[in-house]
Design a protein around this ligand. Structure first.
Ligand SMILES: NC(=O)c1ccc[n+]([C@@H]2O[C@H](COP(=O)([O-])OP(=O)(O)OC[C@H]3O[C@@H](n4cnc5c(N)ncnc54)[C@H](OP(=O)(O)O)[C@@H]3O)[C@@H](O)[C@H]2O)c1
Length: 248
């Protein structure tokens, strides 16, 4: 998928900029997504749980900071209320915030380890989506992008030619498999909303000690493509930077 290179405003017909809310956007892939979408003409609401980091990132980019911890019902509700008061609607929701949890040998994993990762990567997406849906429904072309991973794909984690097959992260991979399935269910259950998954690919960020081969710009091609493609595209797709891939 080739994201548009020129500044675009997919909702320009109603005379205002596309309003895009991104969770976990104070750094790494979320921050780069914010930077690129601002460059492309979006009004970006930069969500972050840490007020200092979020405000500083928003100021650097020319975004508006909105505090949100996706594990906290009250924080998510306050973020949606803040956006309702200031912007009144949202066109694109990007559920980007994610954590990895313990990787490697699963012998000593605990239930608490699982719940902590699922709370951000799965329940956090549900909380945020539920809170922001009323705002998205005010858009002429509402879009939800869930940042999942081929680490949650049975095919990719069993293909020796793919980096995903060489890495052991039992809880993270399970959470992304769950998020991917969640997305297909939302796509079926929300016919008026385009709900898709973006897989960034293995990208150098704090998430993996900067071990990934891709730059954050390469890692945000899929999400930027989905955020800028405009009306008429499908719901329930799994997209990486080279285009649509199989769900399996
Ligand atoms: N990097 C990769 O290779 C790769 C590949 C495939 C998919 N992904 C996915 O891409 C997304 C972004 O990854 P990244 O590499 O940019 O990771 P990152 O560098 O670890 O950044 C993660 C972001 O999520 C935020 N976050 C974590 N818990 C949160 C919470 N409870 N509420 C709100 N924000 C929270 C972090 O905030 P703090 O700064 O406050 O911790 C940070 O802004 C994740 O969903 C990840 O699973 C990454």
């Amino acid at each position: 998928m080739e994201p548009s290179l020129l500044p675009v405003d997919a909702r320009a017909d109603d005379g205002r900029m596309t309003i895009t809310f991104i969770t976990g956007a104070n750094k790494s892939l979320g921050y780069e997504t914010a930077r690129r979408l601002i460059e492309l003409g979006h009004t970006v609401l930069l969500g972050a749980r840490d007020a200092q980091a979020g405000a500083a990132a928003a100021e650097r980019l020319g975004a508006r900071f909105v505090q949100i911890d996706v594990t906290d019902d009250a924080s998510v509700a306050a973020a949606a209320a803040d956006v309702e008061q200031h912007e009144g609607s949202v066109d694109v929701l990007i559920n980007n915030a994610g954590v990895q949890g313990p990787a490697g040998d699963p012998s000593h994993l605990t239930g608490a380890d699982v719940l902590a990762v699922m709370d951000v990567n799965v329940a956090g997406v549900v909380r945020t989506t539920t809170a922001f849906l009323p705002l998205l429904r005010r858009s002429a072309d509402p879009v939800i992008i869930n940042v999942s991973s081929a680490m949650g794909s049975l095919a990719a984690t069993h293909d020796p030619s793919r980096p995903e097959s060489h890495y052991l992260a039992p809880i993270y991979t399970s959470s992304k498999a769950a998020l991917t399935m969640l997305t297909t269910q939302y796509a079926k259950g929300l016919p008026g909303v385009r709900v898709n998954v973006a897989d960034p690919g293995y990208t150098a960020t704090d998430f993996n000690g900067h071990s990934g081969p891709q730059t954050v710009t390469e890692g945000t091609d899929a999400v930027v493509g989905l955020a800028t493609e405009g009306p008429g595209h499908g719901s329930g797709r799994f997209v990486d930077r080279d285009g649509e891939i199989a769900w399996s």
